[in-house]
Design a protein around this ligand. Structure first.
Ligand code: DAT
Length: 185
């Protein structure tokens, strides 16, 4: 009976895995996901863009200077795509996604000086800059990932240099290869 229940698990029915790439803004999610998508043919779902394109944004948060997601509408709209598999989801938060959607969760991490330079380069300042640096110092997203997903599918990756980028691509590609081998696809 237990085996039957396990076989009904959505993740075991997917033809290709879903991967979540998360971390504080500026850690390098989009850079990594774009390259991964080009290399593997998997669909890159940049959640901020998907939300905007599908009218899943609510009011504007004046303090953080960003729009607030209509999470329910976004999740409903993505359900079918995620059930099919083969997606690389890119977002700076991870707790509101259904746990069953993901086969692996990669949390990108960087050092404070690097992140400061990247975020100021992007025009962040004041509270928005400080809060994002604090978020990385206090490993908020890593904790969120470990609290939201089984810890054996969560992996922390350093994302400071171009060598790190290359290494992270290799790590994820190896993981994907392993997934396909295990699934017999
Ligand atoms: P995010 O999508 O997490 O907000 P990004 O991919 O837009 O971050 O990257 C922010 C900046 O950092 C951008 O100018 C590219 C640069 N960058 C990203 N990953 C890097 C890496 N591994 N080494 C050097 N620079 C990187």
């Amino acid at each position: 009976m237990e085996n039957e229940v396990m076989e009904c698990n959505a993740s075991t029915k997917r033809e290709a895995p879903n991967v979540l790439v998360t971390g504080t803004p500026g850690v390098g999610k989009s850079t990594l996901c774009k390259k991964l998508s080009e290399l593997t043919g998997m669909q890159w779902l940049e959640i901020s863009k998907v939300a905007k394109d599908n009218n899943c944004l609510e009011e504007y948060d004046q303090v953080y200077q960003c729009p607030v997601l209509d999470e329910d509408k976004l999740l409903d709209g993505l359900e079918e795509t995620m059930n099919r598999g083969g997606n690389i989801v890119d977002y700076h938060s991870c707790e509101f996604f259904p746990e069953r959607w993901f086969d692996a969760v990669f949390v990108l991490r960087t050092d404070n000086t690097t992140l400061y330079d990247r975020l100021t380069g992007r025009g962040y300042s004041g509270k928005k800059l400080e809060d994002n640096i604090d978020c990385e110092i206090f490993q908020v997203i890593l904790d969120e990932a470990n609290n939201s997903y089984k810890q054996d599918i969560v992996q922390e990756l350093t994302s400071v240099s171009s060598e790190d980028l290359q290494k992270n691509i290799e790590t994820i590609c190896l993981w994907l290869q392993q997934w396909f081998q295990n699934s017999g696809a």
